[in-house]
Write a protein that binds this ligand. Sequence first.
Ligand code: AMP
Length: 115
Amino acid sequence: MRETCIFCRIVSNEARAAIVYRDEQVTAFRDIHPVAPTHILVVPNRHIESVNALEAEDERLMGHLFIVAGKLAREEGIDRGGYRLIVNTGADGGQTVFHLHVHLIGGQRMMHPMG
Ligand code: AMP
């Protein structure tokens, strides 16, 4: 838990968010600035700064995080149409909140990220 980390504060209920899923390992909540009809962030409850900070012991946690993302996609009704999972990493990757998170984005057709 990092007092200065907004996602840690959401996980611990100190900051408000539209939480859609929570268990002992991960929390999911709606992005405050959605870029598509569905835009959910799935985060580990434990503070992990980014993919750069992952260790071998985090393998199950990260697998679980993606399983939850897929479950939420089904619940949002976007699994058949398709969706995008994004993990921005570091400044060049566009990461602005340094608590690892997966963006689940869908509900509309998206441009290919590679152009
Ligand atoms: P990234 O740029 O990949 O680090 O993504 C960070 C995301 O967190 C952005 O899409 C923000 O809109 C979102 N965000 C920042 N603060 C909050 C918050 N308090 N509640 C929900 N989403 C947030």
